[in-house]
Structure formats: structure tokens, C-alpha cells
Design a protein around this ligand. Structure first.
Ligand code: PEP
Ligand code: MG
Length: 581
């Protein structure tokens, strides 16, 4: 490729700016030999040995990663270990060996089979885990062949470029020398994205095959906020970029310090800025980044990646582990939200033609009552033990009947705990997620029967605009700043306030500075977002004035298209020096 200024656009996967020379991580292609065998036992022993050595590698990598306090990454390698201990995967490979196939071919056939199964799951978070099976599969294959995986040693600070980086690729890198990541493939939930976020480094993914044409050593400027990359920049554009980088870094550090104070608007109005968390590992992050509690605790992690339901006792333990970081603070837990794009294999859920419109979220109460009862009982116990200000909400509510059914269940859960003399959080608030348009349209009726609403703009947007959020062909159309979605948000907030109830928003929109003026103008009470977004949003809040935002929000509601809203928000923030032009 010529040595000229080229701009590439991809998907923003982790925020931040970085500049530097690229190092390309090439995946080594290992050929899979195929030959007939006669000694099945010897071949099975070869496979067992390769798996054992791989498990040993993973133990070492995990220990190293943990020593660097990278718990997200350590979790990934734990999942790799689990794959290698999975009877279904290893058993399938051994069955192939017993039919006369050599260990390498038998192993890779089983790996490919399970990876393809995983890829066919519509949930992007789960389907992207296929990369883990292939990654760990390759590790075992390399040991069977006696070959190296060809990992790269960095000698200077570099931007890492690859097709789609696997956890093993990144684990071997010296973190202190990584400036950022760019990949040709991958989506916002790919490993590259998860790891980059946990390192606090920028990443741009899905840049296309052109990315791989640049020779090693090419200078890149990467912007993880918007998903753009400039290769071979001119001296002048590089200098401008570096100035922006220095300014942004300093701003983030200031914002993080300031984030330890409560969020208030410029005119002294209090807003709550809280965290979205998804498991035991990321529970402390909210506090670290200055969140004032939790606005969405996704509980699916407890049910995924295992082969049977968690018991009530197991759940109490896990919830206590999470709650203990937030004693005395507001803590909103969302009950199990499966179905749709979230599949739990051991529940044997029926295949549906339109899973997003199917049996999901609270709708599963009808048919899976025991699962919900165990969860409510566990939450009420853990909430009392750890003394959090517990608020329980249910997802996918579309009407009043579901609210009545859940309240009945909650009352029974409390009764049973009382009669068994177990701890019980008697004053836990009860709320619903407003993420189905019917719930927003009926918010005035629903508000009378709940303590709060939390608006789930991720789903509310997909249902309002009829855009499947997991379908890459149309997902760009799913912008919550669409005036249709904004009208529903406003309606929900006003309806709740008329009944004296509070409203939060826990979709991605809450952590989006562009949306803050509108949401402050709508008088949203609680903003819940990924912990890393907390400092910036708190900083933005300080520069907003309620009345000015209310006027702006009114103007925005008169607009007709999503682009007009985006442009108006952009101009509003630029005028107040909250974002760069
Ligand atoms: C939402 O729909 O906005 C939400 C927060 O829930 P999830 O993304 O888990 O569906
Ligand atoms: Mg949702």
C-alpha cells in the first residue's frame, strides 16, 4: 500500500485516542493432518496429553493476568479451561478417534462443530464466544503437532492490528507497550472490545480487510470514540491529534477525581449517576469510577456458562458478593432476562421464529415460576444481609397484568421467608423496565402500581423502530435519539412524575454525553451506565443548566429526524465547549 494519508472507518469498540506505529498480530495457520490410525488408545492418550499441557498453559496465563489485576481477562482464560474440561467437546473428539480418525482431525472436527453451534446463537455476546472455542482449539492442536503458536514480543509502544484478536494473542503481549487495538473483523462485543475497555485503551473494530494491507511500522492515529483510523498522517494532522490526545487524557483524569463527588447540574440540581454491572467481577468498578450506586445489575451471568440452574443458596452467596460493595447505596437488580437473544441451553427453551417478540423476560413467569421465586427469595435475603437500598425490577413488561403477577410473587416470596424466619428485605422497592413501547404508552396507568421505572432504551429503540439490535445490516438504524423514541422517553418520565415516582434510564443512551442535555431537560432522575462512562457524564452534568436543557429538549421534540436531533445535540455541546467541533 502506498505511503499516503488514508482514513478508515470502523466500529468504535473502546473509547480513547492513541497514536503510534502498528504491529501486526498474524494468526499462524496450522494445517490439520488427516491419516488413518489403528491404535485408538494411543491416539486418545495423545489428545489427553495435549489437553493437559494446554490446561497447564492456561493456568500459567491466568495467574499472570490475575497478578496484573485483570479480572475480566482472567475470566476469559477460566472459560478456556472449562471448554477443555467439557465432556461434550472432549467426548465428541474421542468418539471421532474411535471411528478411526487421527487426534488432530478428530479434535478440530469437534471444535469446529461446537464453535459453529455457538456462532449460530443470535446473542452477539454469546456467539462471539465461538472465538474462544477456536482459540483454545488451536492451542491444543499446536501441542498435538508440536508447533508454536507464534506469539509476538513487543519491543516498543505499539498499536496492535489483527484480523480479530483472540484472548491468547493479547495475553502474550506486554500491556505496558500496547497503545490501542484495531481489527479488521469483530463487533462491539468482541474480545478486543472487552479487553481494550478493561485496559482503558482505545479500540476500533470491524475496519475491513484493507486494514491488513498496511505494513508493520505504519503510523496510525486511532479514535475509539468514533471508530476512525488515519494511516500515514501528515505531520500537521498528527500534531493536531496529539494535542487532542493530551487534552482528552488530562480531562479524563480530572473528571475521574471529580467523579467521587455527587453529580449536580450547573445550577445545583441533583441527578443520580449510577452503574450498570453484570457480575461479581465488575461489581467494584462502579465505586472505583464514582458511581453512586447501581442502576442495572444484569443477573443473567448467574445462569449462563453452566449446565444447571443455580440453587437459591448459591444465588444468595453470589448476590451478597456483589451487594457488599454498595452497602447503604441504591441498588437496582433486574430479574432474569432470558429468551430473545439470551439463550440458556440447559433450559431447553423452544426455538422461536421471532425470539425478540417471543417468550422472554417477565413473560417466562408463566411457565417458569419456580425460577423467579428462587431469585426473588435470594435477592430479598441478600439485600437484607448486606444492607443495600434494594430495588428489584422486571424486564420486558408490556402491561398491567404482568405487574400484578410479579407483585403477587414478591408478596409470596416475602411471606415464605418470614415464616421460615429467614432474613428478608421488607422495604425493597419494586419497579419495571420500560423497554416495550406499550409500557411507555401506558406509563400513566402502570406508574400507579410501581415504585419506579427504568427505561431500557436498547430494547425500546429496537421495538419502536422495528430494528433487530443484533442484525448488523440494520443496527445502524437503531438510534435512540430518533424523535419517536424520545417522545416515548418523555412520556414515561412525565407519567411517573405525575404519580410521584422516580425514573431511571439504563440503556446505553444514559452514558452518551450527546443525550445528556435532553435527558436532563426531561428531568430524568437517575442515569445508569457502564462504570467507565461515569466520570465524563458527571462532568457534563456540571456544565448543564436545568432550565436551559428543558428549553432545548422542547425544541428537539419538534424535530422530525434522527439526524436533526443528532446535529442539534452536537451543536448544543460544542457551544458549551463540552465536545470538540
Ligand atoms: C435495555 O434494553 O436498554 C437494557 C438496558 O437491557 P439489555 O440491554 O440487557 O436488554
Ligand atoms: Mg433490555
Amino acid at each position: 500500500m502506498e505511503n499516503k494519508h488514508i482514513e478508515l472507518n470502523g466500529i468504535p469498540a473502546a473509547p480513547g485516542l492513541a497514536h503510534g506505529e502498528i504491529v501486526i498480530i498474524q494468526q499462524v495457520d496450522l494445517d490439520v493432518p488427516e491419516f488413518e490410525i489403528s491404535d485408538f488408545d494411543e491416539e486418545i492418550a495423545r489428545l489427553d496429553r495435549a489437553i493437559e499441557i494446554s490446561l497447564n498453559d492456561l493456568r500459567l496465563i491466568k495467574a499472570r493476568v490475575k497478578a496484573n489485576a485483570k479480572s475480566d481477562e482472567a475470566e476469559i482464560f477460566e472459560a478456556h479451561q472449562m471448554f477443555l474440561q467439557d465432556e461434550a467437546l472432549v467426548g465428541k473428539a474421542k468418539t471421532h478417534i474411535k471411528s478411526g480418525i487421527n487426534a488432530e482431525k478428530a479434535w478440530m472436527t469437534a471444535v469446529n462443530h461446537f464453535a459453529s453451534m455457538m456462532e449460530s446463537i443470535p446473542d452477539p455476546t454469546l456467539s462471539s464466544r465461538a472465538v474462544d472455542i477456536r482459540d483454545v482449539g488451536k492451542r491444543v492442536l499446536a501441542h498435538l503437532l508440536g508447533k508454536s503458536l507464534g506469539r509476538k514480543e513487543l519491543i516498543r509502544p505499539s498499536i496492535i492490528v489483527g484480523i480479530d484478536l483472540t484472548p491468547s494473542d493479547t495475553a502474550s503481549l506486554d500491556r505496558d507497550l500496547v497503545l490501542g487495538f484495531c481489527t479488521a473483523e469483530g463487533g462491539p462485543t468482541s474480545h478486543t472490545a472487552i479487553l481494550a475497555k478493561s485496559f482503558g485503551l482505545p479500540a476500533v473494530v470491524g475496519l475491513g480487510d484493507r486494514l491488513l494491507d498496511f505494513p508493520e511500522g505504519t503510523t496510525f492515529l486511532i479514535d475509539g470514540n468514533v471508530g476512525s483510523v488515519i494511516a500515514n498522517p501528515s505531520e500537521e494532522s498528527q500534531q493536531m491529534f496529539i494535542n487532542r490526545e493530551v487534552k482528552t487524557k488530562a480531562e479524563f483524569e480530572l473528571a475521574r477525581d471529580a467523579a467521587q463527588k455527587p453529580a449536580v447540574t450547573g445550577d445545583g440540581d441533583r441527578v443520580e449517576v449510577v452503574a450498570n454491572i453484570g457480575g461479581v467481577e465488575d461489581a467494584p468498578l462502579g465505586i472505583i469510577y464514582g458511581a453512586e450506586g447501581v442502576g442495572l445489575f444484569r443477573t443473567e451471568f448467574l445462569y449462563l456458562g453452566r449446565d444447571s440452574l443455580p440453587t437459591e443458596e448459591e444465588q444468595v452467596r453470589a448476590y451478597c458478593e456483589v451487594f457488599k460493595h454498595y452497602a447503604g447505596l441504591p441498588f437496582v437488580v433486574r430479574t432474569l432476562d432470558i429468551g430473545g437473544d439470551k439463550v440458556i441451553p440447559y433450559l431447553d427453551l423452544p426455538q422461536e421464529l421471532n425470539p425478540f417478540l417471543g417468550w422472554r423476560g417477565v413473560r417466562m413467569l408463566d411457565g417458569m415460576r419456580d425460577i423467579f421465586m428462587a431469585q426473588f427469595r435470594a435477592l430479598l435475603q441478600a439485600g437484607e444481609i448486606e444492607k443495600v437500598d434494594l430495588r428489584i425490577m422486571v424486564p420486558m413488561v408490556s402491561g398491567l397484568q404482568e405487574i400484578f403477577a410479579v407483585k403477587q410473587l414478591m408478596a409470596e416470596a416475602k411471606d415464605s421467608l418470614r415464616s421460615e424466619g429467614k432474613p428478608c428485605k421488607e422495604d425493597a422497592q419494586f419497579g419495571i423496565m420500560v423497554e416495550v413501547p406499550s409500557a411507555a404508552l401506558l406509563a400513566d396507568r402502570l406508574a400507579k402500581h410501581v415504585d419506579f421505572f427504568s427505561i431500557g432504551t436498547n430494547d425500546l429503540t429496537q421495538y419502536t423502530l422495528a430494528v433487530d439490535r443484533t442484525n448488523r445490516k440494520v443496527s445502524h438504524l437503531a438510534n435512540p435519539l430518533n424523535p419517536a423514541v424520545l417522545r416515548l422517553i418523555k412520556l414515561t418520565i412525565d407519567s411517573a412524575h405525575a404519580e410521584g415516582k422516580w425514573v431511571g434510564l439504563c440503556g446505553e443512551l444514559a452514558g452518551e454525553p450527546m443525550a445528556a442535555p435532553i435527558l436532563v431537560g426531561f428531568r430524568l432522575d437517575e442515569f445508569s451506565m457502564s462504570p467507565v462512562s461515569v466520570p465524563l457524564i458527571k462532568q457534563v452534568m456540571q456544565k448543564l443548566h436545568r432550565n436551559e436543557c428543558a428549553k432545548f429538549a422542547e425544541t428537539v421534540l419538534q424535530l422530525s429526524t434522527q439526524q436533526e436531533v443528532v446535529d442539534a445535540c452536537h451543536d448544543f455541546l460544542v457551544e458549551r465547549d463540552l465536545i470538540n467541533k
